[in-house]
Design a protein around this ligand. Structure first.
Ligand SMILES: [Zn+2]
Length: 166
């Protein structure tokens, strides 16, 4: 048996780690005390130290900033040109799309047909659920806006009457 120097509890030798430097070949503190220590012994996080930037890095950053500034200036100087270019591109795309449609009308139609065929059930289901939802919505709307609808109808009738007179 051996007394732990930390917790002062007498324990069996098997509770102590080996330490060749010691007379009895065992560590002075028991294993569970050692565990406590190593738990507490978590290294504090090192503060991140900013490394000074290297010459090359600075050079690169400078170049990058210059490039960005130049780009921004160019864009500003060419605002109108760029806008015109965008418009042209849009126009081009429109024509292209139209052309594509004309060229491929058969394919598109066929695709559409196939899609509808494939999704017949799903589309029908979708429409049905939608119908149901819309009906419910209309009902609720009417319920909640009774007065407003009444007033609207009244005004509408009034206007009609006036129009007839004129
Ligand atoms: Zn101990």
């Amino acid at each position: 048996m051996k007394i732990c120097t930390k917790c002062k509890i007498e324990l069996d030798e098997s509770n102590f780690g080996a330490d060749k430097g010691k007379k009895d070949g065992l560590r002075p503190d028991c294993k569970s005390c050692r565990k406590e220590v190593s738990k507490k012994d978590v290294k504090p996080k090192k503060h991140k130290i900013e490394k000074p930037k290297s010459e090359l890095q600075l050079y690169y950053e400078n170049k990058e900033r210059e490039r960005k500034e130049k780009n921004a200036k160019w864009r500003l100087d060419n605002k109108d040109k760029l806008k015109a270019k965008r418009e042209l591109k849009k126009e081009e795309k429109k024509i292209y799309d139209k052309e594509y449609k004309i060229k491929n009308i058969d394919v598109i139609k066929l695709k559409d047909k196939l899609y509808k065929e494939k999704n017949k059930e799903r589309l029908k289901e979708y429409r049905d659920t939608n119908k149901e939802a819309k009906r419910e919505y209309d009902k609720q709307y009417k319920e909640q806006n009774k007065e407003r609808i009444k007033e609207r109808d009244r005004l509408y009738q009034q206007r009609k009457r006036l129009e007839r007179k004129v």
